[in-house]
Every structure is written in structure tokens, then in C-alpha cells.
Design a protein around this ligand. Structure first.
Ligand code: MN
Length: 235
């Protein structure tokens, strides 16, 4: 049986349409999973139903998390925020964490998980972390642009080894780490690029977009990340 993996999605500013790049679903399909889009709702009963149906959760990329979700006012450099998406995903994330089922967060997804665990974010790296490298790459997403160092003993280390090359399309990042999380990859400027859960359950957040790297052969380890995730969801 293919594991069912629930995916979250983006919402437009008018909150009238939902969308998700195909690459997330394609990566899940290629890894042997069955992707299932979970349309936005804040109905607790429906969210609980979602959580009971799926075998794992993928929190996808998108715009910025509302700084109010971690107790800050917005700075000018903060991007567009979508309060409804935040409410839907934060509620679903708490259910996902409580369920013990595997969770993967990508880009906004790692940030969302961190906030759900009580952490905070840089609202804008260039203005709040002087001297950081470029995390908004100019090359296409299927090419890596910067290195990350990976923590020994982590799940990512088993897939990538001591370091990896990743793409980078974010101006926000994890600042204060939430509860029960451990940093498992960082860039040379100290920006947190991945974390994992500390309580033995499958919880990985990555700041890069592995689903966009998988089309190129040199990025095989990023493909292996999805295989690893799908396999964990199938257990
Ligand atoms: Mn980056």
C-alpha cells in the first residue's frame, strides 16, 4: 500500500483560490507515496479528520508566516502574510505533531513547524542578519547555490553525509529554535537550514526546496530524502 501523504497549500491574498506547485506532489509520487491535498479550513473536526486519514504530513513552501504568530510586530521588510493559511497550518501542524506520524516541512514549512513548536523567525535575513550570504539565488531552482554543514548522527547525515549543496529561495529563516527540535544543518553564515525532532519521531524541516532539485542527477540525495520520508510514512 502506498502511504497517503497530506500536503498543505498556498492561498491568494483574496483567500479565493488555493494552489500548490506540482513539484511537491510529483516528488511524493516518485517516492512511492500518494499525495493528498488538504484544502484550507479551520474547522477542528475536519482538521482532525485530515490527520486521521493521512500517513504523513508535508508542510509546503509559500509566503511569510505572520509575525503575530510568534509574538512580533511586522517590520517593513516582512513579505506578504496570509493569516488564514497560518491558522489552518498551525492547527494542522499541532495535530500532526501530536499524532506521532512523520512530518516533513519545506521552506515555509520548516518555519511553520518552528513556530508551532514555540520558536521564532527572522522576518527578513538581509536586514536582520547583516553579513549573511545570498539566500535568494539567481540561478534556476533545479541548481544548488550554497553549501550546508550537516550534523553527525542526524537522519539527514545518513542521506547527505557531512555537507550538501542546496538551492535557496528564502528571505526568512528559523531564529529561536522551538521545543523538541535539534538543528541538523546550517549554512556557513550560521543560518539554520534544517532541523529534526529530538524525541525519536520522524520530523524533518529543510529550508531549501528538495522537490525542485530532484530533476537533476547530481541531486540524487535530495530525491533520497523523499524516498526516506515516504518509507517512514509507510511504516
Ligand atoms: Mn539558504
Amino acid at each position: 500500500m502506498r502511504p497517503i501523504i497530506g500536503l498543505t497549500h498556498s492561498l491568494d491574498l483574496g483567500e479565493t483560490s488555493i494552489s500548490m506547485p506540482r513539484s511537491y506532489a510529483d516528488a511524493i509520487l516518485a517516492a512511492g507515496g500518494t499525495p493528498l491535498l488538504l484544502p484550507v479550513t479551520t474547522d477542528a473536526t475536519v482538521l482532525a479528520h485530515y490527520a486521521s486519514i493521512v500517513d504523513g504530513f508535508l508542510f509546503t513552501g509559500g509566503d511569510d508566516v505572520d509575525p503575530r504568530c510568534y509574538g512580533e510586530d511586522q517590520i517593513y521588510a516582512c513579505g506578504e502574510v496570509h493569516p488564514l493559511r497560518d491558522r489552518y497550518e498551525l492547527a494542522l501542524c499541532r495535530l500532526a505533531l501530536a499524532s506521532g506520524k512523520p512530518v516533513l516541512g519545506i521552506c515555509r514549512g520548516i518555519q511553520l513547524i518552528n513556530v508551532a513548536c514555540g520558536g521564532t523567525l527572522y522576518q527578513d535575513l538581509p536586514s536582520q542578519k547583516p553579513g549573511c550570504i545570498c539566500h535568494g539565488q539567481k540561478q534556476p531552482s533545479c541548481y544548488a547555490s550554497h553549501a550546508v554543514q550537516i550534523a553527525p548522527g542526524s537522519r539527514l547525515h545518513a542521506l547527505f553525509g557531512d555537507s550538501a549543496l542546496v538551492n535557496s529561495h528564502h528571505h526568512q529563516a528559523v531564529k529561536a529554535l522551538g521545543a523538541n527540535l535539534r538543528v541538523t544543518a546550517d549554512a556557513h553564515d550560521g543560518v539554520i537550514e534544517a532541523f529534526e525532532g529530538t524525541d525519536g519521531r520522524y520530523l524533518i524541516g529543510v529550508q531549501w526546496h528538495p522537490e525542485r532539485l530532484v530533476t537533476r542527477e547530481e541531486n540524487a540525495a535530495h530525491k533520497a530524502l523523499f524516498a526516506d520520508f515516504a518509507a517512514a510514512c509507510g511504516k
